[in-house]
Each structure stands twice: as structure tokens, then as C-alpha cells.
Design a protein around this ligand. Structure first.
Ligand code: GTP
Ligand code: ZN
Length: 191
């Protein structure tokens, strides 16, 4: 992998004070957002957050992403750890394709059917940059904040020990009930 790394900088936020580092992998740029005491923690809390501009930034109610990011930043600010902001928008199909998938969902398809109809797998994410960041930051043991079994399997495949899984469950609403049901029933998410 040919990764370009930034230096570490301070990032004060409404959640608390963090440190931040950026990684450039081809055309994708990812972030590691660390609590101030990160280096001193043996098994940090870690959230691998998949980019969702419509949720994270615009507050879309079609998914649970903004609530999960909010929960993770608050939790990690308080208990110590790391949020990896993994910039693979739309499970790595990009924004144009994700909005086309939303248009198909407006016609009644679920998230998986919409992806398949556009010629993609149900999930196109590749987590290799996460392994690179773990190695760069010296993470060998962690507590993972996720409901997604694929993220758990990926971390285990690196030989990194998962001491605990913290569910990332937030309130549902009438717009994301179908999305959450598909994740639970068809993608095996621990919801
Ligand atoms: N292709 C596609 N991607 C979506 C859709 N809705 C949300 N996403 C993307 O899905 C990703 C979030 O994945 P989720 O399945 O919600 O959650 P997860 O990250 O796999 O699992 P957790 O760690 O438990 O949050 C983000 O990259 C979103 O942009 C959709 O309808 N279609
Ligand atoms: Zn989302």
C-alpha cells in the first residue's frame, strides 16, 4: 500500500478535545480521531465509522449513521480511544451511486436490492486501510463499537484481540425502520 500520512494535530470539538491524523490511500482520504490519552490506553475503544455524508452531515433520517457517530465521539471522548472515519461513502459505491440507490428505494427496493440492481455487491467496502492505521497507531487489543459482524471478522483476521463489543444502537424512526430491518435480517447485523 502506498499511503501518505499527515502529522498529528489537535482537534477541539463540541464532544471534547481530540487529536487527529489523516491518511491518503489513492483517491480516498481517511481520518484517525484519537482521545488525548490514546497512547496510554492498553485496549482502547475503537469505532470504524463508514462515511455517510447524507446522514453524518445532513442529518438524514434514512439511516442511523449520524446518531452512531455522535454516540461514538461522545463515548470515546469520555472513555478514551479512537474513531476511524473510513471514507468509503455508500458502502463504497460513492455518492452518485448511493443517491441512485435511494431513488430505487423510493420505488420500493430495499438497500440490498438497490445495490444489486445497480451492478454492485450488497457491500463493496474494503477495510485494508483500517489494518494499516491499527499498525501505525500500535493497536493490538481493542474494544469495538459496532453491530456489524464483518467488521468484527476483519479485526480478528488481523490478529487484533477484541476484548469487548459495544453495540452501536440508537433510536429508530419511521424512515429508517426498513433499512435497519434489512441490516438485521439480511446482513446479519447484531441489532
Ligand atoms: N449503498 C448504500 N449505502 C448506504 C445506504 N444507506 C447507508 N449507506 C452507507 O452504509 C454505510 C454505513 O453502513 P451500515 O450498514 O449502516 O453500518 P456499518 O458501518 O456496516 O455497521 P456499524 O458498525 O454497526 O454501524 C455508510 O457508508 C453509508 O453511506 C444505502 O441505502 N445504500
Ligand atoms: Zn447513513
Amino acid at each position: 500500500m502506498n499511503i501518505i500520512q499527515s502529522n498529528i494535530a489537535k482537534l477541539p470539538t463540541k464532544y471534547g478535545k481530540f487529536k487527529i491524523k489523516a491518511y491518503k490511500d489513492g483517491s480516498q482520504e481517511h481520518l484517525a480521531i484519537m482521545s488525548q490519552d490514546f497512547e496510554l490506553i492498553d485496549a482502547p475503544y475503537v469505532r470504524i465509522h463508514s462515511e455517510c455524508l447524507t446522514g453524518d452531515t445532513l442529518g438524514s433520517l434514512k439511516c442511523d449513521c449520524q446518531n452512531q457517530l455522535d454516540l461514538s465521539l461522545k463515548f470515546i471522548s469520555e472513555h478514551g480511544g479512537l474513531v476511524i472515519y473510513h471514507r468509503q461513502e455508500g458502502r463504497n459505491i460513492g455518492l452518485v451511486n448511493k443517491i441512485n440507490a435511494y431513488a430505487l428505494q423510493d420505488l420500493g427496493r430495499n438497500t440490498i436490492e438497490a445495490n444489486l440492481e445497480l451492478g454492485f455487491k450488497e457491500d463493496e467496502r474494503d477495510y485494508s486501510i483500517v489494518g494499516y492505521i491499527f499498525e501505525d497507531l500500535g493497536i493490538k487489543t481493542l474494544k469495538l463499537i459496532t453491530n456489524n459482524p464483518e467488521k468484527l471478522d476483519y479485526v480478528k483476521s488481523l490478529g487484533v484481540e477484541i476484548k469487548e463489543r459495544i453495540p452501536a444502537i440508537t433510536n429508530s424512526n419511521k424512515y429508517n425502520e426498513g433499512y435497519l430491518a434489512t441490516k438485521k435480517e439480511k446482513m446479519g447485523h447484531l441489532l
